[in-house]
Ligand binder design. Sequence first.
Ligand code: UD1
Ligand code: CA
Length: 454
Amino acid sequence: MGDGPHAVILAAGQGKRMRSALPKVLHPLGGRPLILYVVDAVRAATGTAPVVVTARGEAAVPSLLSDAAVCVEQEGALGTGDALRSVPHALRDPGPVLVVHGDAPLLRPETLGRLLAAHASSPRACTLLVGLPADPSGMGRVVRDADGHVLRIVEEADLPAGEPVPMECNAGVYVFTGAQLWPALDHLGTANAQSEYYLTDVVALLTGPVEAVVVADPDEVLGINDRRQLATAEAVLRRRTIEALMLAGVTFEDPASTYVDTQVVIGRDSVVHAMSTLRGATTLGTGCEIGPMAVLTDVRAGDGVVVGPAHLEECELGDGVRVGPYCRVRPNTVLASGVELGTHAEVKNSTVGAGTRISHFSCVLDSDVGEGVNIGAGTVTCNYDGEAKHRTTIGDRVFVGTNTTLVAPVRLGDGSYVGAGSFVDHDVPAGALAVGRSRQRNIEGWAARRPMQS
Ligand code: UD1
Ligand code: CA
């Protein structure tokens, strides 16, 4: 990919403050591991695949990033300066090098672009991003001289007691001139509160001006160190995602109670009602109406789809599909256009043809249902015999009466009928009527002869 400025993302820290078995940069945010936001922003700003420094023996990050980045290992977690020293000599470019922390998922590519442009605007050793976050705790502070040039960065734990604390915080985003950076790394020491090699100490070792660019949106400098910051970042991303969708023509009844992953796509004039959750690779067409209280995960829906308070997962819905309240649509289900599910219906691992209606309380599992079928309320496909799952096949224009039990494997031919309340464990030929139930018997005068209850 391209030959823009080099970039390095530091992602080898232990993430101790997360108190987690999962590496910090793999924690999900807006439905994706948070490192992916950093990699995407860096790639968009530089046009090159970044070098990502990962912890030794930690295979999950390189396998996630695959060929989106070049991963190199840091031997031990000895600090951000040591992490940068792990970049092999063959990858050390003397030109501009963008360095970004892997735990800063809210950075915008435009901000990185502005930093790169500022660095190129005059000869300098480094240009760094500073912010004024609402909560600056734990962040390094930027010390400038009277002319605004950066003198050094002081970590919070190393701030001299009794002196005024600088307001500006180090975002952990730098453009270095490589010819200056790489040799300076050899002069870092560990005489600090954390006994680590601080990248921030490099700033004072450079010869040549170090300048700062202030980021307008303080959210962008949020680093994820613990789960409180993870929740803060989630809220910011959610707001950004919903705002972008609203500007693109989607109505949200109550954005504050609605959860939308960053990858979700929704067409114009769709309406999302309160307390709904849209996750993963969900894609909705135009004019859809979702919720309230719907939960959709990896759903692909066409235009004009209406979903009540229902749970849908890994399924495809054609144009005009209507899913009633309290339905559950489980993975590997395809509902063709115009399909209607009544209240409390469940469908799993099935294909359902155009215009078919599956009425309330029905359970259609492992089935292939044709077009224009009517499945009466309370019908169940018995897919499991205790050992294996079997399929039910229903042809086109079949009418299945209410409260029918279909024991798979079984086939109902095109245009066949099944009487209400039937138990069907034999195939039904096309055009036939199946009645699989005991005949009703009326016993005259029974009530009068009924034995009295004691
Ligand atoms: C760091 C900065 C601080 C800045 C803040 C911005 C230093 C010494 N401090 O503090 O000035 O305000 O970020 O959020 O740089 N990492 C490695 N290897 C290591 C240690 C860290 O790759 O040995 C990576 C981490 O995975 C993380 C990033 O570097 O993505 C920053 O490390 P972290 O420990 O979070 O630094 P902060 O304490 O936040
Ligand atoms: Ca951090």
